[in-house]
Design a protein around this ligand. Structure first.
Ligand code: 8DG
Length: 145
């Protein structure tokens, strides 16, 4: 049994305490995913924790510092299945410093209201669709504590 490649992704919301909008990002590569919308993030490097990888990826890709909120847990210990080789853990995230910019891997970032039909209508990477649904459910729950 081989382990799945671990990917991490951020459901960046405007306010962890009262989320109204989600930041969707449009990928530029590879060709199979170009033009599709996703959760910013990427692969965890050897020796790195998932949380550290998420901070690193968001700094590299968007130029922001963030605070992690609750994890949007998926059906696997490794999170949400993406394809036969990879799974993604996803956290609700809030920007604490900087303004998100499409510095790497994306050509557009868009704040989309959680109650807008536009959210489900974006051409998400198909594997992300159940995650979008779970993010909507998680955003309706008051944060613990
Ligand atoms: N970041 C991200 N990747 C996703 C999502 N959905 C999905 O299927 N994937 C896939 C695409 C890629 O095969 C893989 C993540 O790879 P990546 O290209 O973002 O990782 P990375 O930034 O570390 O890039 P690299 O080291 O390969 O250059 O997961 C998503 O919502 N966000």
């Amino acid at each position: 049994m081989s382990e799945l490649k671990q990917v991490v992704g951020a459901a960046i919301v405007d306010d962890l305490a009262n989320p109204q909008s989600l930041l969707a990002a449009r990928r530029t590569a590879p060709e199979a995913y170009a033009g599709m919308w996703e959760f910013p993030g990427g692969k965890v490097e050897p020796g790195e924790t998932c949380e550290a990888a998420l901070h690193r990826e968001l700094s590299e890709e968007l130029g922001v510092e963030v605070a992690l909120g609750a994890e949007v847990t998926g059906p696997l210990a490794q999170g949400w299945p993406l394809n036969p080789k990879a799974a993604m853990r996803v956290w609700l995230v809030e920007v604490t410093a900087g303004e998100p910019l499409p510095l790497e891997d994306h050509d557009e970032l868009r704040w989309v209201r959680l109650d807008s039909p536009e959210l489900a209508e974006l051409p998400w990477i198909p594997a992300d669709l159940p995650i979008v649904t779970a993010v909507l459910e998680a955003a309706e729950q008051p944060p613990a504590g």
